[in-house]
Design a protein around this ligand. Sequence first.
Ligand code: DUC
Ligand code: ZN
Length: 482
Amino acid sequence: MAEFDLVVRGGTVVTASDTWVCDVGVRNGKIAALGDGLRDAARTVDATGKYVLPGGIDAHVHIEQDSPETGARPGTDFYTTTVSAACGGTTTLIPFARQIKGESLRAAVEAYRRKPIGKAVIDYAIHLIVADPTPQVLGQEVPSLIEEGYTSIKVYMTYKALMLSDHEILEVMSVARRHGAMMMIHAENADCILWLTGKLLESGRVAPKFKGIAHQPPVEREAAHRAITLGEIADVPILIVHVATGEAAEMIRWARSRGLKVYGETCPQYLFLNENDLDKDGMEGAKCICAPPPGTPENQAALWHAMETGVFHVYSSDHAAFRYDDPQGKLVHGPNPPFNRITNGVPGVETRLPLLFSRAVTAGGIDLNQVVAVSATNPAKIYGLYPRKGTIGIGSDADFAVWDADRRTTISIAGLHDGMDYTPYDGLDVQGWPEVTVARGEIIWRDGEFVGEAGRGEFLPCDRPNPVNDRSFLDDAGVPQG
Ligand code: DUC
Ligand code: ZN
Protein backbone atom coordinates (compact mmCIF):
# COMPACT_ATOMS: atom_id res chain seq x y z
CA MET A 1 0.00 0.00 0.00
CA ALA A 2 1.28 3.48 -0.86
CA GLU A 3 2.54 5.69 1.97
CA PHE A 4 0.23 8.53 0.92
CA ASP A 5 -3.25 8.57 -0.59
CA LEU A 6 -2.36 11.74 -2.46
CA VAL A 7 0.75 13.82 -3.00
CA VAL A 8 0.60 17.31 -4.47
CA ARG A 9 4.07 17.87 -5.88
CA GLY A 10 6.22 20.93 -6.23
CA GLY A 11 3.66 23.67 -5.59
CA THR A 12 4.27 26.94 -3.78
CA VAL A 13 2.48 26.44 -0.50
CA VAL A 14 1.03 29.61 1.02
CA THR A 15 -0.17 29.89 4.60
CA ALA A 16 -1.10 33.01 6.55
CA SER A 17 2.54 33.36 7.59
CA ASP A 18 4.78 31.53 5.08
CA THR A 19 5.36 30.84 1.41
CA TRP A 20 7.58 27.94 0.34
CA VAL A 21 7.92 25.26 -2.31
CA CYS A 22 7.22 21.73 -1.11
CA ASP A 23 5.21 18.56 -1.63
CA VAL A 24 2.05 18.00 0.38
CA GLY A 25 1.40 14.40 1.46
CA VAL A 26 -2.14 13.37 2.39
CA ARG A 27 -3.20 10.31 4.35
CA ASN A 28 -6.69 9.47 5.67
CA GLY A 29 -8.03 12.91 4.79
CA LYS A 30 -5.33 14.75 6.76
CA ILE A 31 -2.10 16.45 5.84
CA ALA A 32 0.52 13.88 6.84
CA ALA A 33 3.76 15.36 5.48
CA LEU A 34 5.20 18.56 4.04
CA GLY A 35 8.61 18.19 2.44
CA ASP A 36 10.71 17.41 -0.58
CA GLY A 37 10.61 14.20 -2.58
CA LEU A 38 7.36 12.68 -1.29
CA ARG A 39 7.00 9.95 -3.87
CA ASP A 40 5.07 6.95 -2.63
CA ALA A 41 1.50 8.00 -3.44
CA ALA A 42 -1.64 6.34 -4.76
CA ARG A 43 -2.42 9.58 -6.61
CA THR A 44 -0.32 12.54 -7.61
CA VAL A 45 -1.08 16.10 -8.68
CA ASP A 46 1.73 18.08 -10.28
CA ALA A 47 1.55 21.62 -8.90
CA THR A 48 4.84 22.89 -10.31
CA GLY A 49 4.51 26.61 -11.00
CA LYS A 50 1.19 26.75 -9.14
CA TYR A 51 0.18 27.98 -5.70
CA VAL A 52 -1.29 25.71 -3.04
CA LEU A 53 -3.57 27.63 -0.68
CA PRO A 54 -5.62 26.34 2.28
CA GLY A 55 -9.22 25.71 1.31
CA GLY A 56 -11.20 28.87 1.89
CA ILE A 57 -13.61 29.22 4.78
CA ASP A 58 -16.57 31.34 3.81
CA ALA A 59 -17.82 32.27 7.25
CA HIS A 60 -20.91 34.22 6.22
CA VAL A 61 -23.30 32.56 3.78
CA HIS A 62 -27.07 32.25 3.64
CA ILE A 63 -28.23 28.91 2.30
CA GLU A 64 -31.84 27.75 1.99
CA GLN A 65 -33.00 30.79 3.95
CA ASP A 66 -35.88 33.15 3.08
CA SER A 67 -35.40 36.91 3.08
CA PRO A 68 -36.40 38.34 6.46
CA GLU A 69 -37.73 41.48 4.78
CA THR A 70 -39.35 40.66 1.45
CA GLY A 71 -40.17 36.99 2.00
CA ALA A 72 -38.24 36.04 -1.15
CA ARG A 73 -37.07 32.43 -1.42
CA PRO A 74 -33.60 31.34 -2.44
CA GLY A 75 -33.41 29.62 -5.81
CA THR A 76 -30.65 27.22 -4.81
CA ASP A 77 -29.84 24.71 -2.10
CA PHE A 78 -26.97 23.16 -0.14
CA TYR A 79 -25.88 21.06 -3.11
CA THR A 80 -25.42 23.85 -5.64
CA THR A 81 -24.01 26.27 -3.09
CA THR A 82 -21.39 23.86 -1.77
CA VAL A 83 -20.45 22.72 -5.30
CA SER A 84 -20.04 26.35 -6.31
CA ALA A 85 -17.90 27.05 -3.24
CA ALA A 86 -15.63 24.10 -4.05
CA CYS A 87 -15.20 25.24 -7.67
CA GLY A 88 -13.95 28.58 -6.29
CA GLY A 89 -11.45 27.04 -3.87
CA THR A 90 -13.59 27.11 -0.71
CA THR A 91 -13.85 23.95 1.38
CA THR A 92 -15.81 25.08 4.45
CA LEU A 93 -18.99 27.14 4.72
CA ILE A 94 -20.61 28.63 7.79
CA PRO A 95 -24.29 29.44 7.21
CA PHE A 96 -26.79 30.50 9.87
CA ALA A 97 -29.58 28.76 11.74
CA ARG A 98 -32.01 31.61 12.27
CA GLN A 99 -34.48 31.92 15.10
CA ILE A 100 -37.70 33.79 14.34
CA LYS A 101 -39.42 35.76 17.08
CA GLY A 102 -41.74 33.50 19.03
CA GLU A 103 -39.87 30.35 17.99
CA SER A 104 -37.42 28.22 19.92
CA LEU A 105 -33.77 28.59 18.88
CA ARG A 106 -33.18 24.88 19.32
CA ALA A 107 -36.10 24.07 17.04
CA ALA A 108 -34.62 26.42 14.43
CA VAL A 109 -31.24 24.68 14.70
CA GLU A 110 -32.75 21.21 14.46
CA ALA A 111 -34.75 22.18 11.39
CA TYR A 112 -31.67 23.74 9.79
CA ARG A 113 -29.45 20.75 10.53
CA ARG A 114 -31.70 18.56 8.37
CA LYS A 115 -31.23 20.70 5.26
CA PRO A 116 -27.65 19.83 4.23
CA ILE A 117 -27.90 16.12 4.93
CA GLY A 118 -27.32 14.22 1.72
CA LYS A 119 -26.59 17.42 -0.18
CA ALA A 120 -23.51 19.22 1.12
CA VAL A 121 -20.31 18.39 -0.75
CA ILE A 122 -17.97 20.26 1.63
CA ASP A 123 -17.87 20.59 5.41
CA TYR A 124 -19.93 23.17 7.22
CA ALA A 125 -20.36 24.65 10.67
CA ILE A 126 -23.42 26.66 11.70
CA HIS A 127 -23.74 30.06 13.39
CA LEU A 128 -26.76 30.85 15.57
CA ILE A 129 -29.00 33.88 14.97
CA VAL A 130 -30.81 34.94 18.13
CA ALA A 131 -33.90 37.02 17.36
CA ASP A 132 -35.93 36.33 20.51
CA PRO A 133 -33.74 36.18 23.62
CA THR A 134 -36.28 34.79 26.06
CA PRO A 135 -35.14 33.46 29.45
CA GLN A 136 -35.51 29.90 28.05
CA VAL A 137 -33.35 30.74 25.03
CA LEU A 138 -30.64 32.52 27.03
CA GLY A 139 -30.75 30.30 30.09
CA GLN A 140 -30.98 26.85 28.49
CA GLU A 141 -30.87 26.78 24.70
CA VAL A 142 -27.86 28.97 23.97
CA PRO A 143 -25.62 27.37 26.63
CA SER A 144 -26.45 23.83 25.54
CA LEU A 145 -26.05 24.69 21.84
CA ILE A 146 -22.64 26.23 22.56
CA GLU A 147 -21.66 22.96 24.27
CA GLU A 148 -22.74 21.10 21.12
CA GLY A 149 -20.46 23.15 18.88
CA TYR A 150 -22.52 26.17 17.84
CA THR A 151 -20.09 28.69 19.28
CA SER A 152 -20.93 31.88 17.39
CA ILE A 153 -24.03 34.01 17.81
CA LYS A 154 -25.23 36.67 15.42
CA VAL A 155 -27.54 39.48 16.43
CA TYR A 156 -29.15 42.19 14.31
CA MET A 157 -29.52 45.90 15.03
CA THR A 158 -31.88 46.23 12.07
CA TYR A 159 -34.68 44.27 10.29
CA LYS A 160 -38.01 44.34 12.10
CA ALA A 161 -38.28 40.54 12.26
CA LEU A 162 -34.83 40.04 13.72
CA MET A 163 -33.56 43.15 15.49
CA LEU A 164 -32.81 43.33 19.18
CA SER A 165 -32.75 46.33 21.50
CA ASP A 166 -29.42 47.36 23.00
CA HIS A 167 -30.61 45.89 26.29
CA GLU A 168 -31.34 42.55 24.64
CA ILE A 169 -27.98 42.58 22.85
CA LEU A 170 -26.25 43.08 26.22
CA GLU A 171 -28.16 40.09 27.59
CA VAL A 172 -27.05 37.91 24.67
CA MET A 173 -23.48 39.17 24.99
CA SER A 174 -23.42 38.37 28.65
CA VAL A 175 -24.39 34.74 27.91
CA ALA A 176 -21.79 34.60 25.11
CA ARG A 177 -19.18 35.85 27.54
CA ARG A 178 -20.08 33.34 30.22
CA HIS A 179 -19.98 30.41 27.82
CA GLY A 180 -17.17 31.58 25.55
CA ALA A 181 -19.04 32.17 22.27
CA MET A 182 -18.15 34.70 19.56
CA MET A 183 -20.60 37.57 19.01
CA MET A 184 -21.35 38.65 15.43
CA ILE A 185 -23.29 41.86 14.87
CA HIS A 186 -25.12 43.29 11.87
CA ALA A 187 -24.49 46.94 12.67
CA GLU A 188 -26.87 49.39 11.03
CA ASN A 189 -29.12 51.96 12.71
CA ALA A 190 -32.67 50.74 11.97
CA ASP A 191 -34.43 54.04 12.73
CA CYS A 192 -32.08 56.04 10.52
CA ILE A 193 -32.74 53.62 7.63
CA LEU A 194 -36.51 53.80 8.15
CA TRP A 195 -36.52 57.60 8.39
CA LEU A 196 -34.30 58.10 5.37
CA THR A 197 -36.27 55.53 3.38
CA GLY A 198 -39.56 57.28 4.22
CA LYS A 199 -38.23 60.66 3.08
CA LEU A 200 -36.82 59.21 -0.15
CA LEU A 201 -40.05 57.40 -1.02
CA GLU A 202 -42.18 60.47 -0.21
CA SER A 203 -40.16 62.50 -2.68
CA GLY A 204 -40.33 59.86 -5.40
CA ARG A 205 -36.70 58.80 -5.19
CA VAL A 206 -37.29 55.09 -5.52
CA ALA A 207 -34.66 53.78 -7.97
CA PRO A 208 -32.12 51.17 -6.79
CA LYS A 209 -29.37 53.80 -6.46
CA PHE A 210 -31.26 55.47 -3.58
CA LYS A 211 -30.57 52.43 -1.43
CA GLY A 212 -27.14 53.99 -0.91
CA ILE A 213 -28.70 57.19 0.47
CA ALA A 214 -31.01 55.25 2.81
CA HIS A 215 -27.96 53.38 4.17
CA GLN A 216 -25.48 56.26 4.01
CA PRO A 217 -22.20 55.86 5.96
CA PRO A 218 -23.30 57.37 9.31
CA VAL A 219 -25.98 54.66 9.52
CA GLU A 220 -23.31 51.99 9.81
CA ARG A 221 -20.78 54.16 11.64
CA GLU A 222 -23.17 54.91 14.50
CA ALA A 223 -24.25 51.29 14.84
CA ALA A 224 -20.67 50.04 14.68
CA HIS A 225 -19.72 52.41 17.47
CA ARG A 226 -22.71 51.29 19.50
CA ALA A 227 -21.89 47.63 18.92
CA ILE A 228 -18.32 48.28 20.07
CA THR A 229 -19.64 50.07 23.15
CA LEU A 230 -22.01 47.23 24.01
CA GLY A 231 -19.19 44.71 23.58
CA GLU A 232 -16.96 46.81 25.82
CA ILE A 233 -19.60 47.06 28.53
CA ALA A 234 -20.38 43.33 28.37
CA ASP A 235 -16.63 42.61 28.12
CA VAL A 236 -16.91 40.28 25.18
CA PRO A 237 -15.09 40.10 21.84
CA ILE A 238 -17.27 41.05 18.89
CA LEU A 239 -17.07 40.72 15.13
CA ILE A 240 -18.89 43.32 13.04
CA VAL A 241 -20.16 41.56 9.93
CA HIS A 242 -20.16 42.84 6.35
CA VAL A 243 -18.54 46.20 7.04
CA ALA A 244 -19.41 48.37 4.04
CA THR A 245 -18.07 51.79 4.94
CA GLY A 246 -14.67 53.29 5.58
CA GLU A 247 -16.26 55.12 8.50
CA ALA A 248 -17.23 51.89 10.29
CA ALA A 249 -13.76 50.49 9.52
CA GLU A 250 -12.31 53.53 11.30
CA MET A 251 -14.47 52.68 14.33
CA ILE A 252 -12.94 49.21 14.37
CA ARG A 253 -9.42 50.62 14.06
CA TRP A 254 -10.15 53.02 16.92
CA ALA A 255 -11.59 50.26 19.12
CA ARG A 256 -8.57 48.03 18.54
CA SER A 257 -6.22 50.90 19.35
CA ARG A 258 -7.93 50.99 22.74
CA GLY A 259 -7.19 47.31 23.25
CA LEU A 260 -10.71 46.06 22.62
CA LYS A 261 -11.20 42.72 20.93
CA VAL A 262 -13.17 43.93 17.95
CA TYR A 263 -12.94 42.09 14.64
CA GLY A 264 -14.19 43.26 11.28
CA GLU A 265 -15.50 41.33 8.32
CA THR A 266 -15.88 42.77 4.84
CA CYS A 267 -17.13 41.26 1.60
CA PRO A 268 -16.41 41.34 -2.14
CA GLN A 269 -19.50 43.44 -2.85
CA TYR A 270 -17.94 46.35 -0.94
CA LEU A 271 -14.43 45.96 -2.33
CA PHE A 272 -15.29 45.23 -5.96
CA LEU A 273 -18.61 47.08 -6.48
CA ASN A 274 -19.69 50.64 -5.82
CA GLU A 275 -22.74 52.88 -6.14
CA ASN A 276 -22.33 53.09 -9.92
CA ASP A 277 -23.28 49.43 -10.05
CA LEU A 278 -26.63 50.31 -8.45
CA ASP A 279 -27.23 53.02 -11.04
CA LYS A 280 -27.42 50.89 -14.16
CA ASP A 281 -30.29 51.02 -16.66
CA GLY A 282 -33.75 49.96 -15.53
CA MET A 283 -33.71 47.45 -12.71
CA GLU A 284 -30.21 46.14 -13.48
CA GLY A 285 -29.00 47.89 -10.32
CA ALA A 286 -31.20 45.51 -8.30
CA LYS A 287 -28.61 42.81 -8.98
CA CYS A 288 -26.21 44.65 -6.68
CA ILE A 289 -28.69 45.50 -3.92
CA CYS A 290 -27.67 44.22 -0.55
CA ALA A 291 -27.76 45.63 2.97
CA PRO A 292 -25.62 47.49 3.62
CA PRO A 293 -25.20 48.41 -0.05
CA PRO A 294 -21.94 49.22 -1.88
CA GLY A 295 -20.94 52.88 -1.39
CA THR A 296 -19.12 55.57 -3.31
CA PRO A 297 -15.83 54.91 -5.15
CA GLU A 298 -14.10 56.95 -2.38
CA ASN A 299 -15.65 54.67 0.21
CA GLN A 300 -14.46 51.67 -1.77
CA ALA A 301 -10.91 53.08 -1.71
CA ALA A 302 -11.20 53.58 2.06
CA LEU A 303 -12.22 49.93 2.47
CA TRP A 304 -9.20 48.80 0.45
CA HIS A 305 -7.02 50.96 2.67
CA ALA A 306 -8.57 49.29 5.71
CA MET A 307 -7.95 45.85 4.20
CA GLU A 308 -4.35 46.73 3.34
CA THR A 309 -3.65 48.06 6.82
CA GLY A 310 -5.04 45.06 8.68
CA VAL A 311 -8.38 46.37 9.96
CA PHE A 312 -10.30 43.41 8.53
CA HIS A 313 -9.73 39.94 9.90
CA VAL A 314 -12.35 38.15 7.87
CA TYR A 315 -13.44 38.29 4.24
CA SER A 316 -16.72 36.50 3.48
CA SER A 317 -19.21 36.50 0.64
CA ASP A 318 -22.51 37.02 2.51
CA HIS A 319 -23.78 34.82 -0.32
CA ALA A 320 -27.56 35.13 -0.69
CA ALA A 321 -29.05 33.31 -3.66
CA PHE A 322 -32.17 35.17 -4.72
CA ARG A 323 -32.53 34.71 -8.45
CA TYR A 324 -33.29 37.73 -10.59
CA ASP A 325 -35.75 36.32 -13.10
CA ASP A 326 -37.86 34.49 -10.56
CA PRO A 327 -41.23 35.56 -9.10
CA GLN A 328 -40.03 34.35 -5.67
CA GLY A 329 -36.61 36.00 -5.96
CA LYS A 330 -34.98 39.45 -6.01
CA LEU A 331 -38.05 41.08 -7.52
CA VAL A 332 -40.70 39.23 -5.50
CA HIS A 333 -42.65 42.50 -5.20
CA GLY A 334 -43.03 43.01 -8.94
CA PRO A 335 -40.83 44.12 -11.80
CA ASN A 336 -40.33 47.74 -10.67
CA PRO A 337 -40.35 47.88 -6.88
CA PRO A 338 -38.95 50.82 -4.92
CA PHE A 339 -35.42 50.16 -3.62
CA ASN A 340 -36.64 49.14 -0.16
CA ARG A 341 -38.82 46.33 -1.62
CA ILE A 342 -35.99 44.76 -3.60
CA THR A 343 -34.67 41.66 -1.85
CA ASN A 344 -31.30 42.25 -0.21
CA GLY A 345 -28.42 39.96 -0.98
CA VAL A 346 -25.99 38.99 -3.73
CA PRO A 347 -24.47 35.65 -4.67
CA GLY A 348 -20.70 35.31 -4.41
CA VAL A 349 -19.58 32.04 -2.86
CA GLU A 350 -17.58 30.99 -5.95
CA THR A 351 -16.14 34.37 -6.95
CA ARG A 352 -15.07 35.43 -3.44
CA LEU A 353 -11.59 33.91 -3.52
CA PRO A 354 -10.72 34.48 -7.21
CA LEU A 355 -11.52 38.20 -6.83
CA LEU A 356 -9.19 38.67 -3.86
CA PHE A 357 -6.50 36.36 -5.22
CA SER A 358 -6.50 38.36 -8.45
CA ARG A 359 -6.18 41.63 -6.61
CA ALA A 360 -3.17 40.30 -4.68
CA VAL A 361 -1.32 39.05 -7.75
CA THR A 362 -2.14 41.97 -10.02
CA ALA A 363 -2.55 45.13 -7.96
CA GLY A 364 -0.54 44.49 -4.80
CA GLY A 365 -1.40 46.21 -1.52
CA ILE A 366 -2.15 42.79 -0.07
CA ASP A 367 -0.16 39.60 -0.56
CA LEU A 368 -1.25 35.99 -0.80
CA ASN A 369 -0.44 35.40 2.87
CA GLN A 370 -3.00 38.03 3.77
CA VAL A 371 -5.49 36.54 1.33
CA VAL A 372 -5.11 33.24 3.20
CA ALA A 373 -5.36 34.97 6.58
CA VAL A 374 -8.65 36.75 5.93
CA SER A 375 -10.30 34.05 3.85
CA ALA A 376 -9.29 30.92 5.79
CA THR A 377 -6.98 31.12 8.81
CA ASN A 378 -8.58 33.98 10.75
CA PRO A 379 -12.14 32.73 10.34
CA ALA A 380 -10.95 29.28 11.47
CA LYS A 381 -9.44 30.83 14.61
CA ILE A 382 -12.27 33.24 15.34
CA TYR A 383 -14.94 30.53 14.96
CA GLY A 384 -13.15 27.69 16.72
CA LEU A 385 -12.15 25.54 13.73
CA TYR A 386 -8.37 26.01 13.90
CA PRO A 387 -6.09 24.12 13.30
CA ARG A 388 -8.39 21.45 11.91
CA LYS A 389 -9.35 23.93 9.19
CA GLY A 390 -7.83 27.10 7.78
CA THR A 391 -4.18 26.17 7.26
CA ILE A 392 -1.78 23.76 5.61
CA GLY A 393 -0.07 22.00 8.50
CA ILE A 394 0.63 18.46 9.63
CA GLY A 395 -2.52 17.02 11.19
CA SER A 396 -4.89 19.56 9.65
CA ASP A 397 -7.66 18.37 7.37
CA ALA A 398 -6.37 18.06 3.81
CA ASP A 399 -8.42 20.97 2.52
CA PHE A 400 -6.59 23.02 -0.08
CA ALA A 401 -6.70 24.26 -3.65
CA VAL A 402 -4.08 24.38 -6.37
CA TRP A 403 -4.24 27.81 -8.01
CA ASP A 404 -3.15 28.69 -11.50
CA ALA A 405 -2.10 32.33 -11.11
CA ASP A 406 -1.81 32.81 -14.86
CA ARG A 407 -5.30 31.80 -15.79
CA ARG A 408 -7.35 34.80 -16.93
CA THR A 409 -11.11 34.71 -16.62
CA THR A 410 -13.85 37.19 -17.37
CA ILE A 411 -16.50 36.48 -14.77
CA SER A 412 -19.88 35.54 -16.19
CA ILE A 413 -22.79 33.51 -14.87
CA ALA A 414 -22.16 30.85 -17.53
CA GLY A 415 -18.84 29.97 -15.89
CA LEU A 416 -20.24 29.64 -12.35
CA HIS A 417 -21.90 26.69 -10.64
CA ASP A 418 -24.13 28.36 -8.07
CA GLY A 419 -27.46 27.74 -9.79
CA MET A 420 -28.07 31.46 -10.07
CA ASP A 421 -29.18 33.44 -13.11
CA TYR A 422 -26.83 36.39 -12.58
CA THR A 423 -23.62 37.45 -10.92
CA PRO A 424 -23.04 41.01 -9.70
CA TYR A 425 -19.42 40.65 -10.85
CA ASP A 426 -20.36 40.03 -14.49
CA GLY A 427 -17.63 41.27 -16.83
CA LEU A 428 -14.87 41.66 -14.22
CA ASP A 429 -11.53 40.24 -15.36
CA VAL A 430 -9.63 38.18 -12.84
CA GLN A 431 -6.28 36.49 -12.87
CA GLY A 432 -6.03 33.16 -11.06
CA TRP A 433 -8.56 30.38 -10.51
CA PRO A 434 -8.36 27.06 -8.68
CA GLU A 435 -7.38 24.20 -10.93
CA VAL A 436 -7.86 21.51 -8.30
CA THR A 437 -9.76 21.59 -5.01
CA VAL A 438 -9.10 18.94 -2.38
CA ALA A 439 -11.47 18.48 0.57
CA ARG A 440 -10.49 16.10 3.39
CA GLY A 441 -8.07 14.48 0.97
CA GLU A 442 -10.51 13.95 -1.91
CA ILE A 443 -10.15 15.72 -5.22
CA ILE A 444 -13.57 17.28 -5.80
CA TRP A 445 -12.82 19.88 -8.50
CA ARG A 446 -10.35 19.29 -11.27
CA ASP A 447 -9.75 20.96 -14.65
CA GLY A 448 -13.10 22.66 -14.79
CA GLU A 449 -15.17 19.72 -13.62
CA PHE A 450 -16.83 19.04 -10.29
CA VAL A 451 -16.06 15.41 -9.38
CA GLY A 452 -17.21 15.17 -5.75
CA GLU A 453 -20.26 13.45 -4.33
CA ALA A 454 -23.39 14.87 -2.79
CA GLY A 455 -23.57 14.31 0.94
CA ARG A 456 -19.82 13.96 1.55
CA GLY A 457 -19.75 17.22 3.54
CA GLU A 458 -19.82 16.86 7.33
CA PHE A 459 -21.14 19.05 10.10
CA LEU A 460 -18.29 20.64 12.07
CA PRO A 461 -18.93 21.24 15.76
CA CYS A 462 -16.83 24.30 16.61
CA ASP A 463 -14.58 24.74 19.62
CA ARG A 464 -14.73 27.88 21.70
CA PRO A 465 -13.08 30.73 19.80
CA ASN A 466 -10.27 32.87 21.23
CA PRO A 467 -10.62 33.27 24.98
CA VAL A 468 -12.61 36.23 26.13
CA ASN A 469 -10.88 39.27 27.64
CA ASP A 470 -9.66 38.77 31.17
CA ARG A 471 -9.26 42.41 32.17
CA SER A 472 -12.76 42.24 33.44
CA PHE A 473 -14.58 44.10 36.14
CA LEU A 474 -17.39 41.58 35.68
CA ASP A 475 -17.63 38.43 37.73
CA ASP A 476 -17.97 34.96 36.18
CA ALA A 477 -21.69 35.42 35.77
CA GLY A 478 -21.14 38.70 33.89
CA VAL A 479 -22.34 40.90 36.75
CA PRO A 480 -20.51 44.25 37.21
CA GLN A 481 -18.43 44.37 40.41
CA GLY A 482 -18.23 47.52 42.55
N1 DUC B 1 -27.89 41.60 3.95
C1 DUC B 1 -28.14 40.90 5.03
O1 DUC B 1 -28.18 41.45 6.12
N2 DUC B 1 -28.38 39.58 4.92
C2 DUC B 1 -28.35 38.88 3.70
C3 DUC B 1 -28.16 39.67 2.51
C4 DUC B 1 -27.87 41.10 2.70
O2 DUC B 1 -27.64 41.82 1.78
ZN1 ZN C 1 -25.66 38.06 5.79
